[in-house]
Write a new protein. Structure first.
Length: 91
């Protein structure tokens, strides 16, 4: 999942570059300036949200790996325990 978060981060960077490439599509008049102001606030909030979500994906990936390792260890311990029990029963 950490690889996925890096891919998402790269995609977000490309997306931001694309948006910046549009410049100011709303024009320089009063209405265009107001629209640009609203757009800037929304874009900033969206980018912060995207960044937070990407960070969480990366963090969750590390937690999933740790959990999988814990489950694998418990599974090995259980297998060893049952092997010992079966051996003690003469099987």
């Amino acid at each position: 999942m950490s690889e996925s978060s890096e891919q998402l981060r790269d995609e977000l960077s490309r997306f931001q570059s694309t948006l910046e490439g549009f410049g100011n599509p709303f024009g320089e008049d009063e209405i265009g300036s107001l629209m640009q102001s609203v757009y800037d606030v929304i874009r900033e909030a969206a980018m912060e949200s995207f960044e937070d979500n990407i960070t969480r994906v990366g963090e969750t990936g590390g937690e999933v790996v740790a959990m999988a390792e814990d489950y694998a260890e418990v599974d090995r311990a259980n297998s060893d325990m049952f092997g010992e029990l079966m051996g003690g029963m003469g099987r």
